[in-house]
Design a protein around this ligand. Sequence first.
Ligand code: PMM
Length: 258
Amino acid sequence: MSGTQMKIMGILNVTPDSFADGGRHDTYEKAVARGLEMISEGVDIIDIGGESTRPGATRVSAAEEQARVIPVIEKLAQSGVPISIDTMRAQTAELAITAGASIVNDVSGGLADDLMHETVAEMGCPYILMHWRGHSKDMNNRALYDDVVKEVIAELSIQIEAALRSGIAKNNLIIDPGLGFAKDAPHNWEILDRLEEIIELGYPVLIGASRKRFLGGETPDERETATIELTKSLLAKNIWGVRVHSVSPHKNLVLANG
Ligand code: PMM
């Protein structure tokens, strides 16, 4: 991907707690409004998710996840801006692509749903394959590594092989080390320090660090500043994209970088 500009993937979490409000319609309206705002700020991809994957989060049903995201995808797809569906479920991925999304972002890399890889292969769309060791509820207990970078690469490689065996095209794969997923702060920093080793796998690399706890800082504002600093440092590396909450500051960095 060298020579291409780093992509800004804007996070649109369609979860009631993301938009403190009273009901689903209100959540829909606010999510669409936020999506349109991101488009006006120059977002490259809108990443729409209906299930929180924060540490400790419990799962929502497939029906609830789909009721949250599908109407928002249908609406925002009309803009023509590429949409990714952030889901671990093959069925939600399929419905989202039918509704107008064009990329599947699976934080489990295919481990949460046995049908995911073959479903993505059939749809023939790009697939973001993230490093994952288990569901959010207890993933922090799995943050045990001798050499985090080597182990993330080994585990990612197993899922890459599985994805390719299922028929996902090599040039449709994007990989993500999964910062904050079964990783403590020192693990995340070690991965960021040694990103070259992950880039050497030969796939476009997506980084999702936005406002995550390991960045430090007491307030969301402090974490936002740290997020922007990190994006600045990533511009010098050969990163395909960053998954971020705020679009403008990141897009401006990319544009200023030429
Ligand atoms: N992080 C979250 C959700 N989805 N997807 C990818 N590919 N990479 C990530 O790092 C990632 C993700 C959790 O972050 P949020 O709660 O701020 O959305």
